[in-house]
Design a binder for this molecule. Sequence first.
Ligand code: ZN
Length: 227
Amino acid sequence: MKVFPSDWSRALAIVAHPDDVEYGAAAAIARWVREGKSVGYVMITSGEQGIEGMDPEVCGPLREKEQIASAARVGVSNVQFLRYPDFVLEDSPELRSDLVAVMREHQAELIVTLNFRDRWPGGDYPNSSDHVNAGSAVVAAAQEAGGVRWVAACTSPVSTHGVDVSDFVHEAVASLQEHREYLRGLGPDDRSLEMLQEILTHGGVQLGCESAVVFELIPVGGESAAS
Ligand SMILES: [Zn+2]
């Protein structure tokens, strides 16, 4: 596992759902923001199908509010929602073109996204099609946008680079806890907070520190790519 590059200044986290950033990536984002880097969030959907028994029209705005509160916990105030339909996300030309636009608008050098491989590390759990489709649209858009140097997919089963977040676990936990209604909806047996701790601890073992976030770092080709 290599140390994640630090010679960049502008990143955009682009994910399918509210809460996708909070299973690990937010810890690295907390560190980057503390180091003075600019980080914004783009949510492709508002996760309106994500709370069982709740009307999507109520759920979407609620989850947007929770995501904004969650981002604030790691120092991110720029949160944008593209409001594509949740749970049936497709890698479409419209989505790619919207993503190119936000990447250019933010002048992003680094795009952070969630694992978009078919499976999660360990091999037993299949990834959701929203995550897979979001990831392929993000990679295609990054190649087209110009100026993007890397796409970093958090918790990929083929991770290559890690960020030491030993001093930022508290912020990461607080940011996940801001998804209050979402976590409540998962029921009393939900293990989300334990899962986050396990992700960070396991990343630490891989990188050789207490806690780390690991990413599959994909260099983006094209004339603007520096490395
Ligand atoms: Zn998700």
